[in-house]
Ligand binder design. Structure first.
Ligand code: FES
Ligand code: FES
Length: 215
């Protein structure tokens, strides 16, 4: 039978062994982190200058190449009308118009837009000078909290341009016919813009109102 001293010795040995094992396991992890840091340029961001037009004004920004167009607009140009809802292409709150076509600005890197013309909600119109779509949203109560509204309006403006240019959607049955703003087309084309307040029916009324005035 073991004496008490034998048992104490054995237990210390086991604990020392465990500590050594943890140290050996941790060592490669730290080395790996250091290697990764070196591989990433010791944490120094890669910078690039991008020059584009935003709401009719030429701008030039020196940015971390990982900066999204949305962050460039909001954080660097202080154009906070475009909203960050999900930051991964799910909600449409960040919708802006680039060279006449709408995009989710959270899914696009700013450095991809050299030479482009970007229009945000601020560029469509403002107090005293509302764009017809902005005015229609007011007239038809097309919003409640308003968080999704800049994206909804940019999207709606671009949707009417898509219809005008005969660009088909997922539900367009006849690709050779002129595009029209049917209820199905409108629902499909605006389906990327989510409204948590559920102002959808009034948003549709606003868009149909502006579309009617265009035709
Ligand atoms: S913030 Fe861009 S899609 Fe939601
Ligand atoms: S008005 Fe509140 S999320 Fe659309």
């Amino acid at each position: 039978m073991d004496k008490p001293g034998d048992f104490d010795f054995s237990r210390r040995t086991v604990l020392k062994g465990a500590a050594l094992s943890v140290a050996l396991t941790a060592a490669p992890t730290v080395a790996g982190a250091a290697a990764n840091a070196q591989a990433e340029g010791n944490g120094q961001p890669s910078l690039a200058t991008v020059s584009f037009t935003v709401n009719g004004k030429a701008v030039s920004l020196k940015l971390d190449t990982r900066t999204t167009l949305l962050d460039a607009l909001r954080e660097h140009l202080k154009l906070t009308g475009s909203k960050k809802g999900c930051d991964h292409g799910q909600c449409g709150a960040c919708t802006v118009i680039v060279d006449g076509r709408r995009i989710n600005s959270c899914l696009s890197l700013a450095v991809m837009h050299g030479g482009d013309s970007v229009t945000t909600i601020e560029g469509l119109g403002g107090p005293g000078n509302l764009h017809p779509m902005q005015a229609a949203f007011v007239t038809h109560d097309g919003f409640q909290c308003g968080y999704c509204t800049p994206g909804q309006i940019c999207s709606a403006v671009a949707v009417l341009d898509e219809i005008r240019d005969d660009i088909p959607s997922h539900v367009t049955a006849d690709l050779s016919a002129a595009a029209t703003l049917t209820p199905d087309e409108l629902r499909e084309r605006m389906s990327g813009n989510i409204c948590r307040c559920g102002a959808y029916s009034n948003i549709v009324e606003a868009i149909v109102d502006v579309a009617g005035r265009r035709t």
